[in-house]
Ligand binder design. Structure first.
Ligand SMILES: [Zn+2]
Ligand SMILES: [Zn+2]
Length: 250
């Protein structure tokens, strides 16, 4: 019920009048401390995998999930601001499907802070968003990952290369597929655009809204790597929770 009310508020409250998620008065365009606390509470008792950034049960310490132990990832590190659950899931839903594109600013700010905190000594040659297929873009009117990438690039003063990756094939829903099938399903969905030529040998920050199975991000990284990009880092607003009974300390 509470979450339904919050949801309704998120649709009703004009973004200029306080917290864009709950409408509480405060600095305009900034997520209030109550909402941020709710997001922090979601991560209570969870730690991110040191490689993919998905969350799993655990306390402090560096852990690596079973999937990253089994497979090599085509990026150096991926990280997300919060677990993709409860209020974060709702907020992403408003951002993606309810036309709330203004949420890109506070979300992008949180992601930029995470990048600064995690990769303080890395200098990035470009920020690249995970692209949407043109059909989906027409339907939605905007690519949420591109909006986030634009904000992050602006804050961190890194060039935005929106056309470095192009999505040439829409992919059917992935939810019922196994891990291998999902990766198979993504093959050929992206190609490198001509801007990718500018990124050869450079370190690139790939941006997506949610990291769930990682199949999309991994395919994007593979395409960028084969176009000559030097090193890939990934940042997302939210990441899934991995059920891993035995994450390994590293
Ligand atoms: Zn709030
Ligand atoms: Zn992992």
């Amino acid at each position: 019920m509470l979450s339904a009310i919050r949801g309704l508020k998120a649709l009703i409250f004009p973004e200029s009048k306080g917290c864009p998620l709950c409408g509480r008065q405060g600095a305009p365009h900034q997520i209030c401390r109550f909402c941020l606390q709710m997001w922090a509470d979601l991560a209570e008792g969870l730690v991110p995998c040191t490689k993919c950034g998905r969350f799993h049960a655990g306390q402090e310490g560096k852990m690596i999930c079973w999937e990253c132990r089994e497979d090599e990832q085509p990026y150096i590190i991926s990280r997300a601001v919060a677990p993709f659950e409860g209020p974060v899931r709702e907020a992403v839903h408003y951002f993606k499907f309810c036309g709330r594109r203004g949420l890109a600013y506070p979300f992008g700010e949180l992601m930029a802070s995470l990048v600064v905190q995690l990769f303080p000594f890395r200098s990035f040659g470009a920020v690249v968003p995970v692209p949407l297929h043109i059909g989906r873009l027409r339907e939605r009117g905007y690519n949420q990952a591109a909006l986030l990438a634009e904000v992050i690039a602006g804050i961190l003063k890194i060039p935005l290369q929106e056309e470095a990756l192009l999505r040439v094939r829409e992919t059917p829903s992935q939810t019922s597929l196994s891990r291998q099938e999902r990766e198979e399903n993504m093959k050929g969905a992206f190609i490198a655009g001509k801007e990718a030529l500018l990124l050869q040998g450079k370190r690139v920050l790939l941006v997506d809204d949610v990291y769930t199975t990682g199949a999309t991000v991994k395919e994007c990284c593979r395409v960028l790597a084969s176009a000559g990009v030097g090193e890939l880092y990934v940042v997302a607003l939210a990441a899934g929770i991995v059920k891993d009974k035995n994450p390994k300390e590293v």
